[in-house]
Design a protein around this ligand. Sequence first.
Ligand code: G
Ligand code: MN
Length: 294
Amino acid sequence: MDAKLQERRALEKDLRAAIAAGGLSLHCQPLAATATNGIVGFEALARWHHPVRGPIGPAGFIPLAEESGLIRPLGEWVLHAACSEAARWPSHLRLTVNLSPLQVRADLPRLVADVLRGTGLEPGRLELEVTEGVLIRDTENTLAVLRELKALGVRIARDDFGTGYSSLSYLRRFPFDRIKIDRSFVADLLTRPEAAPIIRAIVALGTGLRMGSTAEGVQTPQQLAVLREESCEEVQGYLIGRPLPVDELRSYLASVAHEGAARSAHDGAPPSGERDAERGGGETELVALLAAAR
Ligand code: G
Ligand code: MN
């Protein structure tokens, strides 16, 4: 136990140093619309490059950050880094950022407003993802914070829906903009007969409550076909693209913009993200993203 505790302390010290010294980096995973196959945005995911242990994903250090009080500086870093990145993307692309329950406190709306102002990201392009953990603690205050965030023009998504209690009363009490269907249902889609009806029900719930739906963890074309059939609006997962380091994403977006400019010069029309979405240029975008992510 003593050895474990010491190891945890050492890791905590390393994490504190990494936050201060720029040892974290950002990866972005694409979100695609099922109707057009076009990329509609990216979810920001933090990575920690540990000097000895190598790269560590969020599951490996977010719990430690939550236990040690480092989640607030870490969350602030992620929000700032992700918003400054997204401010450079074409304006039809949305950014989603995960919030830990410990970040959803009275001072969060002010931080978000400051970051949006500082980075120049339009509030409507930012979506904050919260899990049920956020809603269980201190509900009235939490709902007030979420309402303030919405008043800034930011969107709020309910992450990992279907796991835990997934209380419907929270869906009724707070107007989420989106429900993200937990990847466990997507994983079971072709093997367990109850998975498709559950996904259908969550999508219908979303439609009825005017919330969009995104399925997480889509890994096969068969899963994508069922989700499209069930009218799930958006998808995310290794099939669409793995989380990409931001510098790779920058070069990818620059190459798409370059191709777009060349194509428009040819058609004699200016390039625009909106036009891209309309013509459903997603298929090539997806293929290019998949290639870039390999
Ligand atoms: O719960 P949330 O969606 O925020 O979790 C994001 C995590 O899921 C990231 O660590 C990311 O790498 C991982 N992830 C993203 N797409 C897939 C996928 O298709 N399959 C699996 N198993 N994990 C994924
Ligand atoms: Mn998420």
